[in-house]
Design a protein around this ligand. Structure first.
Ligand SMILES: [Zn+2]
Length: 438
């Protein structure tokens, strides 16, 4: 072999090597902040309210119109758009090997009543921008890509729940602020409740699921960080706590002769706060509602009903906090002769940890871009908590200015959205290169 020939061969070999390890990724441009902002503003016209936010509640006319607007954007990017039976919008971009599992990413565009422009749309616009960047670079991934816009996120994660097959049939009768029931509303925006089972996705259908979302809290903003690598969505436990005392005259009953349910409720509330504070970890516990009976200024409360909520990323921690609360309640009940009972409410959701490999991939993508980040839990619910049951799932948080959300004042800067989008793009590319199997 001549030296020339050797160099030529070596050059070809090196080229092939770089291509196969994703050299095309280098050609992908950075996300364009102004484009993200323009798309957020354009969608914000649908359901726009006088406060500068949106009332784009799922199944409303504004929701339907907003979806039509977004579908046109997706089609303009040459994506194949379909709407599944649960009214999720799914836009597909073929890969070079369509026998591979699709990489799924997206979020939602419905809002709470009196909501803002960023909760949901930020993740959808980031996903659209990601596709546009790939289109502009002429880069075809090996895996097909699927962009998803889940239906009715704010009203109970309806679209993603339907994908898991866990949407309860009686949920279809629940009417939301649009005035339509979940069933009628699903059909109104393009779904088909007669065929809801067809929206179900078997676990392992997708290579991965990634959701970019605004943090909705203030940690990233306070610490001036670019990205939150989400460790998972916290689980929530709810209980009704009933304290039995003895209702009696507030003027004639001596202080040492009372069974005051409110006094026990106060002691228990303080105990709950102390327990959640003292245990190591990030668990939170809240008494957010309290009612005294009969509820008159001159009557010692004979009964108090109050709420208990405990949240954490680990079910064991929720159980541990609850056990300590129960223990404290026993002592208070005995001391004050006020029996305390706990009723567990079946509205709780289990903790949904993200896939550790996905966290690492997102972290690597963030480092590659030179952005700052921290690992953090999500205290709010997201479609990703359903998707953890279907595919390796990861979540990318971008900062919410002032930690404000579910408000017209909700804001995320265009630059912050762009940084998040860059991380999303490079996460997709890493997964496409097989990062989940490394
Ligand atoms: Zn959201």
């Amino acid at each position: 072999m001549s030296w020339n020939r050797f160099f030529a061969t070596a050059f070809v070999a090196v080229s092939i090597l770089t291509i196969s390890t994703g050299s095309f990724a280098q050609n992908i441009g950075k996300a364009k902040a102004e484009r993200l902002e323009a798309r957020i503003k354009a969608l914000g016209e649908f359901g726009k309210n006088d406060d500068g936010g949106v009332d784009r509640v799922a199944y409303s006319d504004a929701d339907k119109a907003g979806r039509t607007h977004i579908i046109a954007e997706l089609e303009a990017l040459n994506l194949d758009v379909r709407i599944d039976a649960a009214a999720n919008i799914i836009a597909r971009r073929n890969g070079s090997n369509n026998t591979l599992k699709p990489i799924l990413f997206g979020s939602h565009i419905d809002s709470v009543p009196g909501g803002g422009n960023y909760d949901g749309p930020t993740g959808v616009m980031a996903a659209i921008e990601a596709i546009q960047l790939l289109n502009e670079a002429g880069h075809t991934t090996q895996h097909p890509l699927e962009l998803v816009i889940f239906s009715n996120e704010e009203g109970g994660l309806v679209g993603s729940l339907a994908m898991t097959g866990k949407l309860k049939p009686d949920a279809l009768n629940v009417v939301n602020a649009s005035g339509r029931s979940i069933g009628d509303g699903t059909n109104f925006i393009g779904g088909n409740t007669d065929n809801l089972a067809s929206a179900q996705v078997a676990p392992g259908t997708h290579e991965a699921f990634i959701e970019l979302h605004i943090e909705q809290g203030g940690f990233l903003d306070q610490e001036s960080l670019d990205i939150g690598v989400v460790e998972g969505i916290v689980g929530i436990g709810w209980w009704d706590v009933t304290i039995e005392g003895y209702a009696n005259h507030g003027g004639t009953t001596q202080m040492n002769n009372r069974r005051d349910a409110m006094v026990s409720a106060a002691e228990l509330t303080l105990a709950i706060n102390k327990i959640a504070n003292d245990l190591p970890g990030r668990q939170v516990a809240t008494v957010g509602r309290i009612q005294a009976f009969p509820g008159a200024p001159n009557v010692i409360p004979g009964r108090v009903v109050m709420s208990l909520e405990i949240r954490d990323l680990e079910q064991e921690k929720i159980d541990q906090v609850y056990a300590a609360v129960e223990q404290a309640a026993k002592a208070i009940a005995a001391k004050n002769t006020t029996p305390i009972g706990f009723e567990y409410l079946d509205v709780a959701s289990e903790p949904a940890p993200t896939d550790p490999r996905m966290r690492k991939i997102i972290e690597n993508a963030t480092q590659k871009m030179g952005y700052t980040y921290k690992h953090m839990p999500s205290g709010a619910g997201h479609d990703a908590q359903d998707m953890v049951h279907l595919a390796p799932t990861g979540m990318i948080f971008v900062p919410s200015v002032g930690g404000v959300s579910h408000s017209p004042n909700e804001f995320t800067t265009p630059e912050a959205m762009a940084k998040g989008t860059d991380v999303l793009v490079h996460t997709i590319l890493a997964i496409d290169d097989g990062a989940l199997n490394n």
